[in-house]
Design a protein around this ligand. Structure first.
Ligand code: GLU
Length: 607
Protein backbone atom coordinates (compact mmCIF):
# COMPACT_ATOMS: atom_id res chain seq x y z
CA UNK A 1 0.00 0.00 0.00
CA UNK A 2 1.01 3.62 -0.24
CA UNK A 3 3.12 4.94 2.55
CA UNK A 4 2.99 8.43 3.87
CA UNK A 5 6.37 9.90 4.75
CA UNK A 6 7.89 8.24 7.76
CA UNK A 7 10.82 9.11 9.94
CA UNK A 8 14.09 7.74 8.74
CA UNK A 9 15.72 5.09 10.80
CA UNK A 10 19.15 6.35 11.58
CA UNK A 11 21.84 4.14 12.98
CA UNK A 12 23.33 4.92 16.30
CA UNK A 13 26.92 6.04 15.97
CA UNK A 14 27.94 5.28 19.48
CA UNK A 15 31.69 5.81 19.61
CA UNK A 16 31.50 9.21 17.92
CA UNK A 17 28.71 10.29 20.21
CA UNK A 18 30.61 9.29 23.32
CA UNK A 19 33.46 11.53 22.25
CA UNK A 20 31.01 14.37 21.74
CA UNK A 21 29.37 13.74 25.10
CA UNK A 22 32.76 13.64 26.78
CA UNK A 23 33.74 16.91 25.19
CA UNK A 24 30.48 18.52 26.25
CA UNK A 25 30.35 17.26 29.79
CA UNK A 26 34.01 17.41 30.69
CA UNK A 27 35.98 14.20 31.04
CA UNK A 28 36.30 14.30 34.83
CA UNK A 29 32.55 14.32 35.57
CA UNK A 30 31.55 11.92 32.86
CA UNK A 31 29.56 9.36 34.85
CA UNK A 32 27.34 8.13 32.02
CA UNK A 33 30.18 7.66 29.53
CA UNK A 34 32.44 6.04 32.16
CA UNK A 35 29.67 3.53 32.74
CA UNK A 36 29.68 2.55 29.08
CA UNK A 37 30.75 -0.94 28.18
CA UNK A 38 33.52 -1.13 25.63
CA UNK A 39 31.89 -1.02 22.24
CA UNK A 40 33.34 -3.26 19.56
CA UNK A 41 34.84 -1.11 16.82
CA UNK A 42 32.29 -0.41 14.13
CA UNK A 43 33.76 -1.68 10.95
CA UNK A 44 32.05 -2.12 7.60
CA UNK A 45 34.46 -4.79 6.33
CA UNK A 46 36.11 -7.73 8.07
CA UNK A 47 38.00 -10.63 6.51
CA UNK A 48 38.94 -13.84 8.24
CA UNK A 49 37.90 -17.34 9.13
CA UNK A 50 36.12 -19.37 11.78
CA UNK A 51 32.77 -17.66 11.25
CA UNK A 52 31.43 -14.16 10.63
CA UNK A 53 28.49 -11.88 11.35
CA UNK A 54 27.29 -8.73 9.63
CA UNK A 55 24.50 -6.50 10.96
CA UNK A 56 23.77 -2.80 11.42
CA UNK A 57 24.84 -2.76 15.06
CA UNK A 58 28.18 -3.41 16.80
CA UNK A 59 26.63 -4.84 19.98
CA UNK A 60 24.46 -7.20 17.97
CA UNK A 61 27.34 -8.34 15.76
CA UNK A 62 29.44 -8.85 18.90
CA UNK A 63 26.64 -10.96 20.43
CA UNK A 64 26.68 -13.23 17.38
CA UNK A 65 30.47 -13.48 17.33
CA UNK A 66 30.49 -14.38 21.04
CA UNK A 67 28.18 -17.31 20.36
CA UNK A 68 30.39 -18.43 17.45
CA UNK A 69 33.52 -18.22 19.62
CA UNK A 70 31.80 -20.36 22.25
CA UNK A 71 31.28 -23.06 19.63
CA UNK A 72 27.77 -22.17 18.46
CA UNK A 73 26.83 -22.41 14.82
CA UNK A 74 25.51 -19.82 12.37
CA UNK A 75 21.90 -20.36 13.42
CA UNK A 76 22.73 -19.92 17.12
CA UNK A 77 24.67 -16.76 16.23
CA UNK A 78 21.88 -15.40 14.03
CA UNK A 79 19.31 -15.78 16.81
CA UNK A 80 21.68 -14.18 19.35
CA UNK A 81 22.32 -11.29 16.95
CA UNK A 82 18.61 -10.82 16.24
CA UNK A 83 17.74 -10.88 19.94
CA UNK A 84 20.40 -8.24 20.60
CA UNK A 85 18.99 -6.12 17.77
CA UNK A 86 15.66 -6.33 19.61
CA UNK A 87 17.36 -4.47 22.47
CA UNK A 88 19.61 -1.99 20.65
CA UNK A 89 17.51 -1.46 17.49
CA UNK A 90 14.09 -1.83 19.10
CA UNK A 91 12.38 0.49 16.61
CA UNK A 92 13.36 -1.78 13.69
CA UNK A 93 12.84 -5.30 14.93
CA UNK A 94 11.98 -7.43 17.92
CA UNK A 95 9.69 -10.13 19.25
CA UNK A 96 6.69 -7.91 18.53
CA UNK A 97 7.30 -8.39 14.78
CA UNK A 98 8.11 -10.94 12.09
CA UNK A 99 10.64 -11.86 9.44
CA UNK A 100 12.14 -14.38 7.04
CA UNK A 101 15.03 -16.71 7.85
CA UNK A 102 17.03 -18.31 5.02
CA UNK A 103 19.52 -21.06 5.90
CA UNK A 104 22.17 -22.97 3.95
CA UNK A 105 23.14 -26.23 5.60
CA UNK A 106 26.74 -27.18 4.85
CA UNK A 107 26.24 -30.87 5.50
CA UNK A 108 23.20 -31.44 3.29
CA UNK A 109 24.11 -28.55 0.93
CA UNK A 110 20.47 -27.50 0.97
CA UNK A 111 18.83 -24.12 1.39
CA UNK A 112 15.77 -23.98 3.66
CA UNK A 113 13.64 -21.08 4.81
CA UNK A 114 11.32 -20.14 7.63
CA UNK A 115 8.41 -17.78 6.96
CA UNK A 116 7.92 -16.03 10.29
CA UNK A 117 5.68 -13.32 8.86
CA UNK A 118 2.90 -11.84 10.98
CA UNK A 119 -0.64 -12.98 10.23
CA UNK A 120 -3.89 -11.02 10.15
CA UNK A 121 -6.17 -11.84 13.08
CA UNK A 122 -8.75 -14.49 12.12
CA UNK A 123 -11.64 -12.10 12.68
CA UNK A 124 -10.12 -9.17 10.78
CA UNK A 125 -12.84 -8.05 8.34
CA UNK A 126 -12.21 -7.06 4.72
CA UNK A 127 -13.06 -3.46 5.55
CA UNK A 128 -10.81 -3.24 8.62
CA UNK A 129 -8.97 -0.27 7.13
CA UNK A 130 -12.17 1.65 6.34
CA UNK A 131 -13.13 4.22 8.97
CA UNK A 132 -16.66 3.32 10.12
CA UNK A 133 -17.26 7.01 10.86
CA UNK A 134 -16.57 8.21 7.31
CA UNK A 135 -16.88 5.07 5.18
CA UNK A 136 -13.53 6.02 3.66
CA UNK A 137 -10.10 4.40 4.12
CA UNK A 138 -8.29 5.53 7.26
CA UNK A 139 -5.48 7.92 6.41
CA UNK A 140 -2.17 6.05 6.53
CA UNK A 141 -0.76 8.55 9.01
CA UNK A 142 -1.54 8.68 11.84
CA UNK A 143 -4.55 6.32 11.91
CA UNK A 144 -3.19 3.11 10.37
CA UNK A 145 0.43 3.52 11.37
CA UNK A 146 -0.24 4.23 15.04
CA UNK A 147 -2.98 1.76 15.75
CA UNK A 148 -4.10 -1.56 17.09
CA UNK A 149 -5.77 -2.40 13.78
CA UNK A 150 -2.42 -2.86 12.01
CA UNK A 151 -0.97 -5.20 14.63
CA UNK A 152 -0.45 -8.69 13.20
CA UNK A 153 0.24 -11.87 15.15
CA UNK A 154 3.99 -11.67 15.82
CA UNK A 155 6.19 -14.40 14.35
CA UNK A 156 9.70 -13.59 15.52
CA UNK A 157 9.82 -15.59 18.77
CA UNK A 158 8.46 -18.63 16.93
CA UNK A 159 11.02 -18.12 14.15
CA UNK A 160 13.92 -18.15 16.62
CA UNK A 161 12.63 -21.30 18.29
CA UNK A 162 11.98 -23.05 14.98
CA UNK A 163 15.42 -22.14 13.59
CA UNK A 164 17.20 -23.36 16.73
CA UNK A 165 15.14 -26.55 16.86
CA UNK A 166 15.74 -27.31 13.19
CA UNK A 167 19.40 -26.46 12.79
CA UNK A 168 20.83 -24.89 15.97
CA UNK A 169 23.06 -26.37 18.65
CA UNK A 170 22.00 -24.02 21.46
CA UNK A 171 18.77 -23.74 23.41
CA UNK A 172 16.70 -20.59 23.12
CA UNK A 173 17.77 -19.80 26.68
CA UNK A 174 21.43 -19.93 25.69
CA UNK A 175 20.94 -17.95 22.50
CA UNK A 176 19.14 -15.17 24.39
CA UNK A 177 21.88 -14.72 27.03
CA UNK A 178 23.92 -11.98 25.27
CA UNK A 179 20.76 -9.96 24.60
CA UNK A 180 19.59 -10.37 28.20
CA UNK A 181 22.98 -9.00 29.26
CA UNK A 182 22.63 -5.94 27.03
CA UNK A 183 19.03 -5.31 28.11
CA UNK A 184 19.94 -5.62 31.82
CA UNK A 185 23.18 -3.67 31.82
CA UNK A 186 22.00 -1.19 29.23
CA UNK A 187 23.71 0.56 26.35
CA UNK A 188 24.84 4.13 26.00
CA UNK A 189 22.39 6.39 24.21
CA UNK A 190 23.88 8.28 21.33
CA UNK A 191 22.59 11.03 19.12
CA UNK A 192 20.91 8.72 16.66
CA UNK A 193 18.93 6.67 19.18
CA UNK A 194 17.96 9.97 20.78
CA UNK A 195 16.85 11.34 17.39
CA UNK A 196 14.88 8.23 16.49
CA UNK A 197 13.02 8.48 19.76
CA UNK A 198 12.34 12.16 19.15
CA UNK A 199 11.06 11.41 15.63
CA UNK A 200 8.49 9.15 17.23
CA UNK A 201 7.78 11.36 20.24
CA UNK A 202 4.15 12.12 19.47
CA UNK A 203 3.41 8.46 18.71
CA UNK A 204 5.27 7.17 21.75
CA UNK A 205 3.67 9.76 24.03
CA UNK A 206 0.28 8.48 22.88
CA UNK A 207 0.74 5.23 24.85
CA UNK A 208 1.42 5.17 28.60
CA UNK A 209 3.80 2.15 28.61
CA UNK A 210 5.69 3.40 25.54
CA UNK A 211 6.18 6.83 27.06
CA UNK A 212 7.33 5.22 30.29
CA UNK A 213 9.96 3.13 28.51
CA UNK A 214 11.20 5.40 25.74
CA UNK A 215 10.34 8.89 27.03
CA UNK A 216 11.54 8.74 30.64
CA UNK A 217 10.72 12.05 32.33
CA UNK A 218 8.72 13.00 29.22
CA UNK A 219 11.61 13.18 26.84
CA UNK A 220 13.88 11.04 24.68
CA UNK A 221 16.75 9.58 26.71
CA UNK A 222 19.72 11.96 26.69
CA UNK A 223 22.87 11.28 24.77
CA UNK A 224 25.50 9.67 27.00
CA UNK A 225 23.04 8.10 29.42
CA UNK A 226 22.69 4.37 29.81
CA UNK A 227 19.48 2.90 28.48
CA UNK A 228 18.31 -0.25 30.21
CA UNK A 229 15.29 -2.35 29.38
CA UNK A 230 14.80 -4.66 32.39
CA UNK A 231 11.27 -5.52 31.24
CA UNK A 232 12.62 -6.89 27.97
CA UNK A 233 15.38 -8.75 29.84
CA UNK A 234 12.63 -10.39 31.93
CA UNK A 235 10.56 -11.20 28.85
CA UNK A 236 13.59 -12.83 27.20
CA UNK A 237 14.27 -14.73 30.46
CA UNK A 238 10.67 -15.94 30.43
CA UNK A 239 11.05 -17.19 26.84
CA UNK A 240 14.35 -18.84 27.75
CA UNK A 241 12.87 -20.59 30.80
CA UNK A 242 9.45 -21.53 29.50
CA UNK A 243 9.90 -21.55 25.74
CA UNK A 244 7.80 -19.71 23.21
CA UNK A 245 4.58 -21.17 24.63
CA UNK A 246 4.99 -18.43 27.25
CA UNK A 247 4.65 -15.92 24.40
CA UNK A 248 1.87 -17.54 22.42
CA UNK A 249 -0.24 -18.68 25.40
CA UNK A 250 -0.94 -17.54 28.93
CA UNK A 251 -0.56 -14.13 30.54
CA UNK A 252 1.81 -12.62 27.96
CA UNK A 253 -0.43 -13.67 25.05
CA UNK A 254 -3.38 -12.15 26.90
CA UNK A 255 -1.50 -8.88 27.39
CA UNK A 256 -0.41 -8.73 23.74
CA UNK A 257 -3.98 -9.25 22.53
CA UNK A 258 -5.32 -6.71 25.01
CA UNK A 259 -2.72 -4.15 23.90
CA UNK A 260 -3.87 -4.49 20.27
CA UNK A 261 -7.61 -4.55 21.07
CA UNK A 262 -7.48 -1.80 23.68
CA UNK A 263 -4.30 0.16 22.99
CA UNK A 264 -2.98 1.58 26.26
CA UNK A 265 -3.60 5.19 25.24
CA UNK A 266 -2.33 8.05 27.31
CA UNK A 267 -5.25 10.12 28.63
CA UNK A 268 -4.10 13.31 26.92
CA UNK A 269 -3.31 12.01 23.43
CA UNK A 270 -5.23 13.38 20.47
CA UNK A 271 -4.18 10.55 18.13
CA UNK A 272 -7.17 8.49 16.99
CA UNK A 273 -5.57 4.99 17.41
CA UNK A 274 -8.11 2.61 15.83
CA UNK A 275 -8.35 -0.57 17.91
CA UNK A 276 -7.35 -3.98 16.55
CA UNK A 277 -8.64 -7.53 16.28
CA UNK A 278 -5.74 -9.63 17.60
CA UNK A 279 -6.93 -12.31 20.06
CA UNK A 280 -5.31 -14.91 22.27
CA UNK A 281 -6.70 -17.51 19.85
CA UNK A 282 -4.67 -15.90 17.03
CA UNK A 283 -1.50 -16.14 19.10
CA UNK A 284 -2.24 -19.73 20.05
CA UNK A 285 -2.85 -20.63 16.41
CA UNK A 286 0.30 -18.93 15.10
CA UNK A 287 2.92 -21.05 13.44
CA UNK A 288 5.88 -20.41 11.22
CA UNK A 289 6.02 -22.07 7.81
CA UNK A 290 8.97 -24.11 6.65
CA UNK A 291 9.08 -23.04 3.02
CA UNK A 292 10.93 -24.14 -0.05
CA UNK A 293 13.15 -21.26 -1.15
CA UNK A 294 12.80 -19.60 -4.53
CA UNK A 295 15.65 -20.48 -6.87
CA UNK A 296 16.84 -19.00 -10.14
CA UNK A 297 20.01 -19.60 -12.08
CA UNK A 298 21.96 -16.45 -12.90
CA UNK A 299 25.15 -16.59 -14.92
CA UNK A 300 26.13 -19.93 -13.48
CA UNK A 301 25.13 -19.03 -9.92
CA UNK A 302 22.14 -20.37 -8.00
CA UNK A 303 20.24 -17.55 -6.29
CA UNK A 304 18.01 -18.65 -3.40
CA UNK A 305 15.44 -16.32 -1.85
CA UNK A 306 12.24 -16.11 0.10
CA UNK A 307 9.06 -17.48 -1.46
CA UNK A 308 5.65 -15.87 -0.90
CA UNK A 309 4.30 -14.54 1.45
CA UNK A 310 7.35 -12.42 0.66
CA UNK A 311 7.59 -11.03 -2.83
CA UNK A 312 11.37 -10.77 -2.37
CA UNK A 313 12.47 -14.05 -3.94
CA UNK A 314 10.05 -13.96 -6.86
CA UNK A 315 10.69 -10.32 -7.76
CA UNK A 316 14.48 -10.42 -7.44
CA UNK A 317 14.44 -13.78 -9.26
CA UNK A 318 12.26 -12.59 -12.15
CA UNK A 319 14.37 -9.45 -12.61
CA UNK A 320 17.56 -11.55 -12.69
CA UNK A 321 15.99 -13.85 -15.30
CA UNK A 322 15.15 -10.82 -17.42
CA UNK A 323 18.65 -9.38 -16.99
CA UNK A 324 20.35 -12.63 -17.84
CA UNK A 325 19.29 -12.11 -21.43
CA UNK A 326 21.71 -9.17 -21.66
CA UNK A 327 25.48 -9.06 -21.30
CA UNK A 328 25.57 -6.28 -18.75
CA UNK A 329 29.30 -6.67 -18.10
CA UNK A 330 30.23 -5.53 -21.59
CA UNK A 331 27.83 -2.58 -21.72
CA UNK A 332 28.51 1.06 -20.94
CA UNK A 333 27.38 1.72 -17.36
CA UNK A 334 24.33 3.80 -18.30
CA UNK A 335 23.01 1.05 -20.56
CA UNK A 336 23.51 -1.61 -17.88
CA UNK A 337 21.67 0.60 -15.40
CA UNK A 338 18.88 1.12 -17.94
CA UNK A 339 18.36 -2.66 -18.13
CA UNK A 340 18.54 -2.94 -14.34
CA UNK A 341 15.87 -0.25 -13.93
CA UNK A 342 13.45 -1.62 -16.52
CA UNK A 343 13.87 -5.23 -15.37
CA UNK A 344 12.89 -4.00 -11.89
CA UNK A 345 9.84 -2.14 -13.23
CA UNK A 346 8.61 -5.23 -15.10
CA UNK A 347 9.14 -7.53 -12.13
CA UNK A 348 7.27 -5.07 -9.89
CA UNK A 349 4.32 -5.03 -12.30
CA UNK A 350 4.06 -8.82 -11.95
CA UNK A 351 4.59 -8.67 -8.19
CA UNK A 352 1.55 -6.37 -7.89
CA UNK A 353 -0.67 -8.51 -10.07
CA UNK A 354 0.24 -11.99 -8.88
CA UNK A 355 1.98 -12.15 -5.50
CA UNK A 356 0.25 -12.54 -2.15
CA UNK A 357 0.02 -15.14 0.60
CA UNK A 358 -0.16 -18.49 -1.26
CA UNK A 359 -2.39 -19.90 1.48
CA UNK A 360 -5.08 -17.49 0.24
CA UNK A 361 -4.32 -16.74 -3.40
CA UNK A 362 -3.02 -18.81 -6.24
CA UNK A 363 0.48 -17.44 -6.80
CA UNK A 364 1.93 -18.55 -10.17
CA UNK A 365 5.40 -18.78 -8.66
CA UNK A 366 6.75 -21.35 -11.09
CA UNK A 367 5.77 -19.22 -14.06
CA UNK A 368 7.07 -16.01 -12.51
CA UNK A 369 10.46 -17.66 -11.98
CA UNK A 370 10.63 -19.35 -15.38
CA UNK A 371 12.98 -18.33 -18.17
CA UNK A 372 10.09 -18.63 -20.62
CA UNK A 373 8.08 -16.01 -18.75
CA UNK A 374 11.16 -13.82 -18.42
CA UNK A 375 11.57 -13.94 -22.19
CA UNK A 376 8.06 -12.51 -22.66
CA UNK A 377 9.03 -9.66 -20.35
CA UNK A 378 12.59 -9.01 -21.52
CA UNK A 379 11.37 -8.37 -25.07
CA UNK A 380 9.63 -5.25 -23.83
CA UNK A 381 12.86 -3.48 -22.94
CA UNK A 382 14.10 -1.25 -25.73
CA UNK A 383 17.88 -0.78 -25.90
CA UNK A 384 17.71 3.02 -25.91
CA UNK A 385 14.41 3.93 -24.31
CA UNK A 386 12.92 3.52 -20.86
CA UNK A 387 9.64 1.61 -20.65
CA UNK A 388 6.68 3.90 -20.25
CA UNK A 389 5.60 3.34 -16.63
CA UNK A 390 3.56 2.16 -14.92
CA UNK A 391 3.90 -0.82 -17.21
CA UNK A 392 1.43 -3.69 -17.29
CA UNK A 393 1.79 -7.11 -15.67
CA UNK A 394 2.71 -9.94 -18.04
CA UNK A 395 0.40 -12.63 -19.35
CA UNK A 396 0.92 -15.97 -17.66
CA UNK A 397 -0.08 -17.76 -20.83
CA UNK A 398 3.35 -17.24 -22.33
CA UNK A 399 2.36 -14.60 -24.85
CA UNK A 400 5.04 -11.96 -25.27
CA UNK A 401 4.80 -8.26 -24.66
CA UNK A 402 1.17 -8.12 -23.42
CA UNK A 403 -0.95 -5.45 -21.74
CA UNK A 404 -3.01 -5.48 -18.56
CA UNK A 405 -3.90 -3.12 -15.71
CA UNK A 406 -0.78 -1.54 -14.28
CA UNK A 407 -0.03 -1.46 -10.57
CA UNK A 408 2.35 0.95 -8.89
CA UNK A 409 4.15 1.00 -5.57
CA UNK A 410 4.88 3.89 -3.31
CA UNK A 411 6.01 2.24 -0.13
CA UNK A 412 9.53 3.23 0.65
CA UNK A 413 10.08 2.17 4.22
CA UNK A 414 13.28 2.46 6.14
CA UNK A 415 12.54 0.33 9.14
CA UNK A 416 13.52 -3.33 9.40
CA UNK A 417 16.96 -4.86 9.80
CA UNK A 418 19.02 -7.55 8.10
CA UNK A 419 21.78 -9.78 9.40
CA UNK A 420 23.97 -12.51 7.95
CA UNK A 421 25.99 -15.12 9.81
CA UNK A 422 28.25 -18.04 9.02
CA UNK A 423 30.25 -20.49 11.11
CA UNK A 424 33.42 -22.56 10.89
CA UNK A 425 31.44 -25.45 9.36
CA UNK A 426 30.22 -23.33 6.46
CA UNK A 427 26.55 -23.02 7.41
CA UNK A 428 25.04 -19.68 6.37
CA UNK A 429 22.10 -17.57 7.58
CA UNK A 430 20.51 -14.61 5.79
CA UNK A 431 17.76 -13.18 8.02
CA UNK A 432 15.59 -10.07 7.61
CA UNK A 433 13.26 -9.06 10.44
CA UNK A 434 11.03 -6.10 11.13
CA UNK A 435 8.24 -4.50 13.11
CA UNK A 436 7.38 -2.60 9.85
CA UNK A 437 7.34 1.17 10.62
CA UNK A 438 10.26 2.63 12.56
CA UNK A 439 8.75 2.24 16.01
CA UNK A 440 6.12 -0.25 14.76
CA UNK A 441 2.60 0.51 15.97
CA UNK A 442 4.06 2.66 18.76
CA UNK A 443 2.49 0.32 21.32
CA UNK A 444 4.75 -1.20 23.99
CA UNK A 445 3.10 -4.14 25.74
CA UNK A 446 2.84 -2.85 29.33
CA UNK A 447 5.67 -4.12 31.53
CA UNK A 448 7.11 -6.36 28.77
CA UNK A 449 9.62 -4.01 27.12
CA UNK A 450 8.85 -4.52 23.41
CA UNK A 451 6.93 -2.76 20.68
CA UNK A 452 4.15 -4.37 18.68
CA UNK A 453 4.36 -4.32 14.89
CA UNK A 454 2.12 -2.46 12.46
CA UNK A 455 2.85 -5.00 9.72
CA UNK A 456 -0.74 -5.25 8.48
CA UNK A 457 -0.26 -1.86 6.81
CA UNK A 458 1.50 -3.95 4.15
CA UNK A 459 -1.94 -5.16 3.01
CA UNK A 460 -3.77 -3.11 0.39
CA UNK A 461 -6.03 -0.62 2.15
CA UNK A 462 -9.08 -1.17 -0.01
CA UNK A 463 -10.42 -4.64 -0.62
CA UNK A 464 -10.58 -5.74 -4.25
CA UNK A 465 -11.39 -9.33 -5.17
CA UNK A 466 -8.63 -9.51 -7.82
CA UNK A 467 -5.91 -8.05 -5.58
CA UNK A 468 -3.60 -10.81 -4.32
CA UNK A 469 -2.71 -8.63 -1.35
CA UNK A 470 -6.27 -7.95 -0.17
CA UNK A 471 -7.01 -8.34 3.55
CA UNK A 472 -8.20 -11.77 4.72
CA UNK A 473 -8.39 -13.08 8.28
CA UNK A 474 -5.35 -15.27 9.02
CA UNK A 475 -3.45 -14.12 5.92
CA UNK A 476 0.12 -12.89 5.79
CA UNK A 477 0.51 -9.45 4.20
CA UNK A 478 2.81 -9.40 1.19
CA UNK A 479 6.36 -8.50 2.13
CA UNK A 480 9.34 -7.22 0.18
CA UNK A 481 11.95 -8.68 2.48
CA UNK A 482 14.57 -10.45 0.39
CA UNK A 483 17.09 -12.41 2.45
CA UNK A 484 19.20 -14.08 -0.22
CA UNK A 485 21.89 -16.77 -0.41
CA UNK A 486 23.85 -17.31 -3.64
CA UNK A 487 25.67 -20.57 -4.34
CA UNK A 488 28.42 -21.13 -6.91
CA UNK A 489 29.01 -24.74 -7.91
CA UNK A 490 26.85 -25.76 -4.97
CA UNK A 491 28.91 -23.83 -2.39
CA UNK A 492 28.11 -20.52 -0.68
CA UNK A 493 29.26 -17.47 -2.63
CA UNK A 494 27.18 -14.57 -1.26
CA UNK A 495 24.61 -13.87 1.46
CA UNK A 496 22.84 -10.53 1.25
CA UNK A 497 19.78 -8.62 2.45
CA UNK A 498 18.57 -5.16 3.41
CA UNK A 499 15.78 -3.15 5.03
CA UNK A 500 13.84 -0.51 3.09
CA UNK A 501 10.23 -1.51 2.37
CA UNK A 502 9.75 -2.30 -1.31
CA UNK A 503 13.18 -0.82 -2.08
CA UNK A 504 14.59 -3.93 -0.37
CA UNK A 505 13.99 -5.80 -3.62
CA UNK A 506 15.89 -3.34 -5.79
CA UNK A 507 18.68 -2.92 -3.23
CA UNK A 508 19.32 -6.67 -3.18
CA UNK A 509 19.04 -6.83 -6.98
CA UNK A 510 21.35 -3.86 -7.51
CA UNK A 511 23.93 -5.23 -5.06
CA UNK A 512 23.93 -8.58 -6.90
CA UNK A 513 24.22 -6.90 -10.32
CA UNK A 514 27.01 -4.64 -9.05
CA UNK A 515 28.94 -7.61 -7.68
CA UNK A 516 28.25 -10.20 -10.39
CA UNK A 517 28.07 -8.08 -13.55
CA UNK A 518 29.59 -4.67 -13.04
CA UNK A 519 33.01 -5.66 -11.74
CA UNK A 520 32.67 -4.35 -8.20
CA UNK A 521 33.96 -5.96 -5.03
CA UNK A 522 31.29 -6.68 -2.41
CA UNK A 523 32.15 -3.57 -0.33
CA UNK A 524 32.03 -1.48 -3.53
CA UNK A 525 28.75 -3.09 -4.57
CA UNK A 526 27.27 -2.11 -1.19
CA UNK A 527 28.69 1.40 -1.15
CA UNK A 528 27.65 2.27 -4.72
CA UNK A 529 24.81 4.82 -4.98
CA UNK A 530 21.36 3.26 -5.37
CA UNK A 531 18.29 3.75 -7.51
CA UNK A 532 14.95 1.98 -7.20
CA UNK A 533 12.47 1.58 -10.07
CA UNK A 534 9.24 0.08 -8.79
CA UNK A 535 7.12 0.63 -11.87
CA UNK A 536 6.18 4.16 -10.91
CA UNK A 537 6.33 7.13 -13.26
CA UNK A 538 9.62 8.17 -11.68
CA UNK A 539 12.70 6.38 -10.35
CA UNK A 540 13.67 6.95 -6.71
CA UNK A 541 17.41 7.54 -6.39
CA UNK A 542 20.02 8.59 -3.87
CA UNK A 543 21.50 12.05 -4.51
CA UNK A 544 24.89 10.53 -5.42
CA UNK A 545 23.20 8.35 -8.04
CA UNK A 546 21.42 11.38 -9.48
CA UNK A 547 24.68 13.31 -9.65
CA UNK A 548 26.46 10.42 -11.33
CA UNK A 549 23.82 9.23 -13.81
CA UNK A 550 21.06 11.79 -14.31
CA UNK A 551 22.54 13.20 -17.51
CA UNK A 552 23.17 9.77 -19.05
CA UNK A 553 19.85 8.23 -18.00
CA UNK A 554 17.68 11.22 -18.94
CA UNK A 555 18.00 10.53 -22.71
CA UNK A 556 16.42 7.09 -22.07
CA UNK A 557 13.42 8.91 -20.60
CA UNK A 558 13.99 8.26 -16.87
CA UNK A 559 13.07 10.89 -14.31
CA UNK A 560 15.20 10.41 -11.21
CA UNK A 561 13.70 11.74 -7.99
CA UNK A 562 15.66 12.10 -4.76
CA UNK A 563 14.80 9.43 -2.19
CA UNK A 564 13.89 10.36 1.36
CA UNK A 565 11.04 12.26 2.88
CA UNK A 566 10.24 15.29 4.96
CA UNK A 567 11.75 13.74 8.10
CA UNK A 568 14.88 12.57 6.41
CA UNK A 569 18.09 14.52 6.23
CA UNK A 570 20.06 11.75 4.51
CA UNK A 571 18.25 10.33 1.49
CA UNK A 572 19.40 6.75 1.84
CA UNK A 573 18.03 3.60 0.23
CA UNK A 574 18.51 0.43 2.27
CA UNK A 575 21.23 -0.80 4.61
CA UNK A 576 22.89 -3.97 3.33
CA UNK A 577 24.53 -6.59 5.51
CA UNK A 578 26.31 -9.28 3.51
CA UNK A 579 28.93 -12.01 3.34
CA UNK A 580 31.16 -13.22 0.53
CA UNK A 581 32.89 -16.57 0.71
CA UNK A 582 36.52 -16.38 -0.41
CA UNK A 583 38.96 -19.15 -1.31
CA UNK A 584 40.68 -21.20 1.44
CA UNK A 585 37.79 -20.99 3.91
CA UNK A 586 38.00 -17.26 4.38
CA UNK A 587 34.99 -14.99 4.56
CA UNK A 588 34.51 -11.31 3.82
CA UNK A 589 31.82 -9.80 6.05
CA UNK A 590 30.52 -6.48 4.76
CA UNK A 591 28.14 -3.82 6.01
CA UNK A 592 27.34 -0.25 5.07
CA UNK A 593 30.28 2.17 5.21
CA UNK A 594 28.05 5.26 5.52
CA UNK A 595 24.29 4.60 5.34
CA UNK A 596 22.62 4.51 8.77
CA UNK A 597 25.88 5.63 10.30
CA UNK A 598 27.73 2.52 9.10
CA UNK A 599 27.16 -1.13 9.94
CA UNK A 600 29.18 -3.70 11.84
CA UNK A 601 30.97 -6.62 10.19
CA UNK A 602 33.04 -9.04 12.23
CA UNK A 603 34.87 -12.36 11.91
CA UNK A 604 35.92 -14.87 14.54
CA UNK A 605 39.57 -15.02 13.42
CA UNK A 606 40.64 -11.87 11.61
CA UNK A 607 43.07 -12.63 8.83
N1 GLU B 1 7.02 -4.30 6.12
C1 GLU B 1 8.00 -4.27 5.08
C2 GLU B 1 8.02 -5.56 4.30
O1 GLU B 1 7.80 -6.58 4.83
C3 GLU B 1 9.37 -4.00 5.61
C4 GLU B 1 9.38 -2.68 6.34
C5 GLU B 1 10.44 -1.75 5.91
O2 GLU B 1 11.51 -2.19 5.51
O3 GLU B 1 10.19 -0.55 6.02
O4 GLU B 1 8.25 -5.53 3.14
Amino acid sequence: MSYAPRPQLLRRARPAVLVTAAALLGATTLAPARAAEPVPPKTPVAIGSGGAVSSVDPDATAAGLKVLRQGGNAVDAAVATAAALGVTEPYSAGIGGGGYFVYYDARSKRVSTIDGRETAPATMPHDAFIDPKTGKPYPFTPELVTSGVSVGTPGTAATWAAALESWGTRSLKQALQPAIGIASKGFVVDQTFHDQTNDNKVRFAAFTPTAKLYLPGGDAPSVGTRFKNPDLANTYKLLGDKGTSAFYRGPLAHEIAQSAQHPPKAPDTTLPVPPGYLTEADLKAYDVIHQKPTKVGYRGLDVYGMAPSSSGGSTVGEALNILEKQRLSSMPRDKALHYYLDASALAFADRGAYVGDPAYVDVPLKTLLSDKFAATRACLIKPDKALPTPTAAGSLKGKGCPTATPKTFEDNGKSTTHLTATDRWGNVVSYTLTIEQTGGSGIVVPGRGFLLNNELTDFSTEWKADDPNRIEGGKRPRSSMSPTIVLRHGKPFLAVGSPGGSTIITTVLQTLVNRVDLGMTLPEAIAAPRASHRNNATVTAEPEFITAYDSTLKPYGYTLVKSGDEFTSAAEIGAVAALEFLPHGRVLAAAEPVRRGGGAAGVVNPR
